[in-house]
Design a binder for this molecule. Structure first.
Ligand SMILES: Cc1cc2nc3c(=O)[nH]c(=O)nc-3n(C[C@H](O)[C@H](O)[C@H](O)COP(=O)(O)O)c2cc1C
Length: 183
């Protein structure tokens, strides 16, 4: 098992999601002792507090994956100037029952890509608000508001040459953040 397993939470269920592509490409920039694994959130039921004492198997699976991770990476689209409902649903599930949140203390990074010029800035800000109350230490700088352009990815799904230096630098900061909090 790798030294730093990272749970990657992609906020889109879309088959050809740009954010999933970004998550895959960024993971390739990481050092060998980091292992990025995307968690599944599309099969979670709608959150209902009545189920807190009897959580669904998919919720238990999600919580186990978060518990086993040394860090979190959120890669999310912006929907109507906030985070998608599927992402909020997953966050709420793994935060419960009260006192048994899986998120507490896990160092996190936030990324997002959108065809719009604001590059998920509002969604990321909303997400940071949520992560703060969950006691998730979240990398503040550099921020990464990425606009989807044709050359963002190369033909192999890697980060394209134009954005590589910036995203490598972001990833290096993220790696240092996780290591610092794991110590
Ligand atoms: C319901 C909905 C709301 C959206 N709202 C925004 C928005 O507020 N800001 C934005 O930049 N893009 C918005 N978009 C466009 C998304 O950024 C775009 O569909 C993007 O490709 C979604 O990410 P994905 O490719 O990872 O699925 C919205 C898309 C949908 C379906």
């Amino acid at each position: 098992m790798s030294k730093y397993p990272i749970a990657v939470i992609v906020g889109s269920l879309r088959h050809d999601s740009f954010n999933r592509k970004l998550a895959n490409a960024v993971a390739k920039l990481a050092p060998a002792e980091f292992a990025f694994r995307q968690v599944q959130i599309g099969d979670l039921p709608l959150y209902n507090q009545d189920d807190d004492t009897n959580q669904a198997e998919s919720v238990k699976r999600l919580k186990n994956e978060i518990n086993g991770a040394k860090g979190l990476l959120f890669v999310t689209p912006e929907y109507n100037r906030s985070i998608p409902g599927v992402l909020k649903n997953a966050i709420d599930h793994a935060s419960r029952p009260y006192g048994h949140s899986a998120w507490t203390g896990k160092p996190a990074g936030v990324l997002g890509v959108s065809p719009g010029a604001s590059g998920t800035a509002m969604a990321q800000q909303h997400l940071r608000n949520i992560l703060a109350t969950l006691d998730v230490p979240t990398l503040g700088q550099p921020e990464a508001f990425i606009q989807m352009k044709e050359d963002l990815f190369d033909e192999f799904g890697n980060i394209g040459a134009e954005s590589r230096q910036f995203l490598q630098s972001w990833l290096d900061h993220y790696v240092a953040w996780v290591i610092k909090h794991a110590a």
